[in-house]
Structure formats: C-alpha cells, structure tokens
Ligand binder design. Structure first.
Ligand SMILES: Cc1cc2nc3c(=O)[nH]c(=O)nc-3n(C[C@H](O)[C@H](O)[C@H](O)COP(=O)(O)OP(=O)(O)OC[C@H]3O[C@@H](n4cnc5c(N)ncnc54)[C@H](O)[C@@H]3O)c2cc1C
Length: 324
C-alpha cells in the first residue's frame, strides 16, 4: 500500500499510485488496471479520504501550457491537467494577461479546476474556460467538451454529476484578456488594491488576503472550504433577517446566498474541536486537522455542524469537499 497525497494530511493509503507523463501512458494505465477501482486525483486539496483506498490512484505529471491562438482581445491558453493552477496564474499575470488573477493561490491543479469550477473573489473557472479535453475511462477515446457541455454551476460541473467517474480531464483551454478590467467588487479586495492595478497587483492582493484568513497548505491540514454556501428562498432569508442583525447575503438567481461561515459561527462552532478536527477559528467554513485527526473526527464534526445549522436555521448545508 502507498500513501495518498492529500492536503487534509489524512494518513491514508492506496493499493497502487500511478503517475503518467502523456495521454498514451494514461491509456496504457487504464488498460493495465481495467477492472480495478480507479480514482484520479490532482493535489488532493478537495478530498476527504474516509479510509484507505482499495484501488488505483492516478495522477498526472503532464504540466505544460501553451498559447494556441489569439484574437484582438484574447489569448487562448491550453494547459495540461497536472500543471499547478497557481503556477499557471502567476505566469499569466507576469505576461500581463488577465481573467484568472482573482483565482490566485487556490490550491490544486488544472484538471480539477475544470471539474470543481473553482471560484474566489467573484470569479469562477467557468468564466475563462472555453473547452475541456478528456479521455473516456471505458475505452480510452478522446472527447472535447465545449463550455456549454460542461454544465457549470456553483462548484459544480457535469464531471461531478452525470459523467462522474467516466472521464479524465487531460487539458483545459482558458481564454485570457489582453485588456485588463479588474474585478474588485468582492469582499475587501478593492481596499487592498492600489490605483490602476495590474493583474499582478490584484494577484498579490488576493494572496495577501487569503493568507490572513485561510490555513497555509504547507502548515495546516485542510481541504479549504468544507461546505458550500447555501442558496435559500427569499422568504427564508427574510425570516432570518428579521431575527438577526446584519445577515450577510448575496442576491442570486433563484434565491439568496447566505455565507455558510456566518451560519456556522452563529451556531457557536468557530474554533471548536472534536478529536483532532477543528472548525478553524479564522474562517469557520474551513475544517482543519490539528495534527492527529482521523477521517471519522472530521466526518463527525462536519455532521454535527450540519445538524446545528439545520436545527437553528432550517437550512441544510452540504459539503463542498469530496468524500472518498
Ligand atoms: C487551503 C485551501 C483553500 C482553498 N480555497 C479554495 C477556493 O478559494 N475556491 C475553490 O473553489 N476551492 C478552494 N479550495 C479547494 C481546492 O483547492 C479545489 O477544489 C481544487 O480544484 C482541487 O484541486 P486538486 O488538484 O487538489 O483536486 P483533488 O482534490 O485532487 O480532486 C478534486 C476532484 O476532482 C477530480 N479530479 C482531479 N483531477 C481530475 C482530472 N484530471 N480529471 C477528472 N477528475 C479529476 C478528483 O477525482 C476529485 O473528485 C481550497 C483548498 C484548500 C486546501
């Protein structure tokens, strides 16, 4: 059994851990391990392993990116699945290309960005992804998904739903802007950025803010935001707003988004510990491993938090993290 890398720092193992350096090598691995339980991971930064994985964990060592075409306003960048997303964003900002700077410092790799539709500071991967190339696990055939075919939603895509476990994303094309129009309306980003910022200025501001609030992957085990922010019917939001002062909220299509962090804090979970798992004191949306957490500690803490939020507000919050 081999250790599986994961940012939650869970001590979990797989029967086999295999890395590939080309799409052909990936095809060969799929042939070789046909019939085995398969899991493709990136950096393991959105995973909660509930125990050892009795199967084959695949990981990409393909890490190239190149510009495939450009027009007057855009440059299209095709990036391989194993490239660290933040390394790509750093390079793009350096080149003065914009559109992804708000996604700076999100852990993980290019392949998962298109599965998860990662998002931060008012930008989501879906805003810049134009197409996704993938390999069918069943027969090794290649398929290109258009943006529409990816069926993107909040931290969601077809790869998490109808096509779950059926395709391995090998390449993602992002559309970057040549002309920079900064997006600074989310949180305190505007206040952190000086006048006439460059994409790199925004990237650096995002990183500064994230470092203040979120655990450093190199220091503390976590999978980032553990829960999704719920979107509730307007009447339910209004009922809550009538009872509490200044309920943070964002109007959305189909309802009102209430930050799960606020709901969790109101239930008194901020900073609370269960076994080795903790509701992070600086950002209660994040559950952390204080050093010796077992998967069960995290699962129980998450369940207790969900129950409290449901009992107090009648809102069901669901995990953003993938349980394996
Ligand atoms: C400290 C911290 C902060 C975070 N902040 C944010 C944030 O601001 N916004 C946000 O959206 N997320 C955030 N996250 C969550 C995480 O960074 C993202 O979900 C990221 O996309 C996960 O990438 P990964 O490469 O680690 O994927 P993994 O966690 O390894 O995998 C995630 C899912 O994608 C699947 N997958 C991975 N690669 C492929 C592939 N090539 N083909 C098909 N399926 C694949 C896996 O099977 C799994 O289901 C944070 C996490 C941490 C630890």
């Amino acid at each position: 059994m081999v250790n599986i890398p994961n940012t939650f720092r869970m001590d979990v193992r797989a029967k086999i851990y295999a890395e590939y350096r080309s799409v052909d090598e990936l095809r060969e691995l799929l042939q070789q391990y046909r019939g085995e339980r398969l899991l493709h991971i990136g950096a393991g930064s959105n995973l909660l392993f509930t125990g050892d994985f009795n199967g084959v964990v695949l990981h990409s060592a393909m890490r190239r990116a190149r510009a495939t075409r450009e027009d007057d306003s855009h440059v299209f960048i095709e990036a391989e699945n194993g490239l660290v997303l933040d390394e790509l964003i750093a390079q793009l900002c350096d080149m003065g290309l914009s559109g992804m700077e708000n996604l700076s410092y999100i852990p993980g790799e290019v392949g998962a960005s298109a599965v998860q539709n990662v998002g931060a500071y008012g930008v989501e991967a879906k805003d810049v992804i134009t197409e996704v190339r993938a390999l069918a696990i069943a027969d090794g055939s290649e398929r290109t998904f258009t943006h529409a075919e990816c069926c993107y939603g909040y931290r969601d895509s077809i790869f998490k739903n109808d096509l779950r476990g059926q395709y391995i994303i090998t390449c993602v094309t992002y559309r970057l802007d040549k002309q920079f129009v900064p997006k600074l309306d989310y949180g305190n980003l505007r206040g952190e950025v000086g006048a006439n910022p460059t994409p790199m200025d925004v990237r650096e501001a995002v990183i500064r803010i994230r470092r203040q609030k979120l655990p450093e992957v190199s220091e503390v085990g976590s999978a980032g935001s553990f829960f999704k922010n719920p979107i509730v019917p307007r009447e339910q939001y209004e009922a809550i707003a009538a009872q509490y002062e200044r309920v943070p909220h964002f109007d959305q299509e189909g309802g009102v988004k209430i930050p799960a962090a606020w709901l969790i804090e109101q239930c008194g979970w901020k900073g609370k510990t269960l076994g080795g798992a903790q509701c992070y004191a600086k950002q209660p949306l994040v559950l952390v491993n204080t050093g010796n957490a077992t998967p069960q500690d995290v699962i129980t803490l998450a369940q207790n938090i969900c129950n409290s939020v449901h009992d107090k507000f009648g809102i069901t919050i669901s995990p953003e993290v993938n349980y394996i």
